[in-house]
Design a binder for this molecule. Structure first.
Ligand code: SF4
Ligand code: SF4
Length: 73
């Protein structure tokens, strides 16, 4: 049994700082080329199969806008 992760970003609260992206050990996260309602790009799962659910991204996000889910596969 293995664990796989997934993240959900509150895109309207994300400011696109990229701290989550640079702290993801599996390079799961990318920063969008689109912008949210405030004009900021936002984090998203650019490589969704790679997420392990380690929670690093949620821990480092200064605005706490990432929720991490883990599922058994
Ligand atoms: S660290 Fe948080 S605010 Fe910064 S890009 Fe990632 S999700 Fe957005
Ligand atoms: S939970 Fe871990 S592997 Fe998944 S996106 Fe966040 S930092 Fe990357």
């Amino acid at each position: 049994m293995a664990l796989k992760g997934a993240i959900v970003v509150d895109t309207e609260k994300c400011k696109g700082c990229g701290i989550c992206e640079s702290n993801c050990p599996t390079k799961t996260i990318g920063i969008s080329t689109e912008v949210n309602g405030k004009g900021y790009p936002f984090a998203y799962m650019a490589n969704p199969d790679a997420c392990t659910g380690c929670t690093n991204c949620a821990t480092v996000c200064p605005d706490s806008v990432i929720t991490v889910y883990r599922v058994k596969i």
